[in-house]
Write a protein of this length. Structure first.
Length: 244
């Protein structure tokens, strides 16, 4: 009996969801309600459509030759992919059987749900660290706490799994020097972190909030200035981290 997951959508991308050209599946459902979330349409499992592992693999394998030539792979994102850990494990296991690189895009908030068997077939984790302290983390996510993400990161490091840290830079929310220093210190303490991606906040998802009749919490927040982005890059680099 094949597993069934809730899949919101899928796409092919280059350079933004892991190395090379990748098939990216966005799974539906997320426990966090981040103020800067650009995909509120993925918050609930019911917002996706049921797909069996067979069905999703059929879509993935349409691109098998292309993504192998492009030295890419398969990324499972969300929402929060670890709301459906058994489905992730099944897809990644089948990808490995086909020689496809696997990447898990996650906040780490549900890292405890990732079994050792799932991590055995995970080649890379794109780990979204929302903030470096608990107070700011809760302000950002409105529902979550930082500790599970840090615990998960060290578990990944203990298993030798490469990590790309992602940090969303939001003026007035995540941009304080103290918060950035805390995120950088966490990242520098994890030995398998290969890079940090600083993602400047944007309002491109505002239309989705309007379509769902939801208020966009950061509707009046500007994108970070070049000077702010430069300062944050320098803070991460001062900890010996490679920054993109």
């Amino acid at each position: 009996m094949t597993l069934t997951g809730s899949v919101h959508s899928f796409d092919v991308s280059t350079g933004v969801d892991g190395p090379g050209t990748r098939f990216v599946a966005f799974l539906a459902g997320c426990p966090l309600r981040c103020q800067y979330c650009h995909s509120p349409d993925t918050w609930y499992r019911r917002s996706g459509r049921p797909m069996t592992a067979d069905e999703l693999m059929t879509e993935i394998l349409r691109y098998e030759r292309f993504i192998k030539v492009a030295r890419g792979g398969v990324t499972l994102s969300g929402g929060e992919a670890l709301q459906q850990p058994d489905f992730v494990r099944e897809i990644f296991t089948r990808c490995h059987e086909k020689g496809l690189h696997t990447a898990l895009d996650t906040s780490g908030s549900l890292g405890a749900k990732a079994s050792d068997e799932l991590l055995d077939v995970t080649d890379l984790v794109l780990l979204d660290i929302k903030s470096g302290d608990e107070e700011t983390y809760h302000r950002v996510t409105r529902t979550g706490t930082l500790e599970p993400t840090v615990t998960f990161a060290h578990r990944l490091a203990d298993r030798g799994i490469p990590i790309w840290i992602r940090f969303v830079l939001v003026p007035g929310l995540t941009d304080s020097e103290e918060n950035v220093e805390s995120v950088a210190a966490i990242a520098a303490s994890i030995r398998t972190v290969e890079r940090v991606e600083v993602l400047p906040f944007h309002r491109l998802g505002a239309g989705k909030y309007a379509a769902l009749n939801l208020p966009f919490p950061l509707a009046d927040t500007p994108s970070p200035s070049p000077d702010l982005i430069d300062r944050v890059h320098k803070q991460f680099r001062a900890h010996g981290l490679t920054v993109y």
